[in-house]
Design a protein around this ligand. Structure first.
Ligand code: FAD
Length: 460
């Protein structure tokens, strides 16, 4: 593994023989291609100790509901089964992460955490860091980045202006980070029988007992877990990758639909990368897909990492974008709709309604339609701030991949971030504008509407 993925955050000041090494799984919810898990195994084997994998479930994660929890638990069920086969203990606790992991300071010689980039995930890590410093001096703490191909600070040391500024830096470094982690056996696999709060082998009964928001139904087409992710990847490579350069067309359904799995860390971007690169698809198809998976996805991570308050209207985009919005704040809006209108597919725009239907029913929407959808909400809202908040609310409530760096960057893009000024027009000012005629001119968009219509008939 490239050692630049690993940061030794706390070096212990005194040594005490303890019972185990802990891998605190947070973002990388998988066993395969997991650099943090690999590093934890190495530490366990070096110390001849058993490894315990710890996962903390919070039931009040901002904007998460039954749709997200079900998908995540399906993934964790698979993790538990895999760890069982490897004779590695998997502990799941519910509640405050620090209150729960603190128990292990006495038990563990080292704790390894993986890395997620949202403010909630960063707060968890910061709290853990300061809690260990305050409470003990005999635990090592390591962080390991496994949900990006290039660790965020290795790719760039500052907020990038756009894909064009990140790309050359990214391409210079990528070959150093194609490091498949080795997942060895644990030499001393003793089960210490720590107590879990839940047994994820029964995800459905857990869901009914959890005190979570149940207002959104699970997705009838997306099921969580590594096996599902791998099957989707295989299907994508076998049937769609060669035509990926045409994947902007929503009616062709040529994208991978891997974003929910990437969001929950159920599959590693590096594994996807290597499979795509080693496939038989034409070079331009591979390059087009790799651009999305690497530069675009990791530009979003660069954005949330280097932008304080990346999810607040007043700080998410560029000065030129705020200026143009200020100049057009009082432009006449021809249509105004409420959130209710959106979720009941009740606007005058058939394409927008279809996109909303895809989102509400399945938890997913095609990338091109996400842009169109958000641009329409800007057009139909009284203020830009209200538009931003409506888009963010719907995005995070319904998309399985919501609350992701790509959510915040994708929404900010609609307000000019990582984009450029365009010809000025009413309401949008210099923000890029999209309209129904563009969809009709470029694509067979009525096919997309027909496909979404059929979703109503989908049952489990
Ligand atoms: C308004 C708006 C909201 C968005 N909300 C989200 C969100 O909540 N969660 C989310 O993961 N993505 C979001 N995106 C980015 C993008 O639309 C999705 O990542 C993509 O549609 C996922 O579908 P796929 O896996 O089939 O993509 P594919 O075309 O198969 O691409 C493969 C992978 O590359 C990455 N990728 C592709 N396009 C982008 C992009 N434009 N920006 C960053 N990464 C990209 C994703 O990880 C994706 O899974 C949003 C974009 C916009 C414009």
């Amino acid at each position: 593994m490239n050692p630049k993925r690993i940061v030794h955050l706390i070096k212990k000041q005194s040594y005490k023989r303890k019972r185990c090494i802990i891998y605190y799984m947070q973002q990388s919810q998988r066993v395969q291609f997991n650099h943090a898990f690999s590093h934890a195994i190495d530490l366990a084997n070096a110390a001849n100790l058993p490894l315990v994998v710890f996962f903390n479930l919070v039931t009040d994660y901002p904007n998460a509901n039954l749709r997200h929890y079900k998908f995540m638990l399906e993934g964790l069920t698979e993790v538990q089964k895999d760890l069982q086969k490897r004779k590695i203990e998997f502990i799941i606790k519910i509640g405050n992460p620090i209150d729960n992991i603190r128990f292990f300071y006495d038990q563990a010689e080292a704790i390894v955490i993986d890395i997620g980039y949202t403010s909630v995930q960063r707060r968890w890590r910061k709290d853990l860091y300061f809690d260990i410093i305050a409470k003990t001096d005999d635990v090592d703490l390591f962080s390991v980045e496994s949900d990006v191909i290039i660790p965020v600070r290795q790719a760039s040391d500052k907020a990038e202006y756009g894909a064009y500024t990140l790309r050359p830096k990214y391409n210079r470094n990528i070959d150093d980070f194609l490091d498949t982690p080795s997942i060895d056996s644990v030499i001393n696999p003793i089960i210490l029988s720590y107590e879990s709060d839940i047994d994820v082998l029964e995800p459905d009964s857990i869901l009914s007992s959890l005190n979570i928001d149940k207002s959104v139904a699970h997705s009838p087409i997306f099921h969580g877990g590594y096996t599902e992710a791998k099957a989707r990847l295989k299907h994508f490579i076998d049937h769609s990758l060669a035509r990926y350069p045409q994947s902007n067309d929503p009616s062709l359904d040529l994208t991978s639909k891997l974003s929910p799995y990437l969001h929950f860390g159920q599959i590693s971007p590096l594994e996807i990368y290597l499979q795509v690169i080693n496939s038989q698809a034409p070079t331009d198809s591979k390059s087009a897909f790799i651009e999305q998976l690497t530069v675009r996805r990791e530009l979003a991570i660069n954005y949330v990492f280097f932008t304080p308050d990346y999810d607040v209207f007043e700080s998410m985009t560029e000065p030129w974008a705020y200026n143009t919005m200020n100049e057009h704040a009082s432009d006449q809006r021809e249509h105004l709709y409420s959130i209710e209108d959106y979720i009941l597919f009740n606007t005058h725009d058939t394409y927008f309604n279809a996109a909303m239907k895809q989102m509400v029913t399945t938890g997913y929407m095609h990338n091109y339609m996400r842009m169109y959808w958000a641009k329409k909400i800007i057009e139909w809202s009284l203020t830009y701030k209200q538009a931003y908040e409506t888009i963010s609310f719907l995005n995070d409530k319904y998309f399985l991949d919501g609350r992701d760096p790509s959510s915040y960057a994708g929404i900010a893009w609609c307000f000019g971030k990582h984009d450029r000024p365009w010809t000025e027009r009413p309401v949008f000012g210099k923000l890029r504008y999209m309209n129904a005629k563009g969809l009709e001119r470029k694509f067979n968009i009525s096919d997309y509407v027909d496909q979404v219509e059929k979703l109503g008939a989908i049952t489990e």
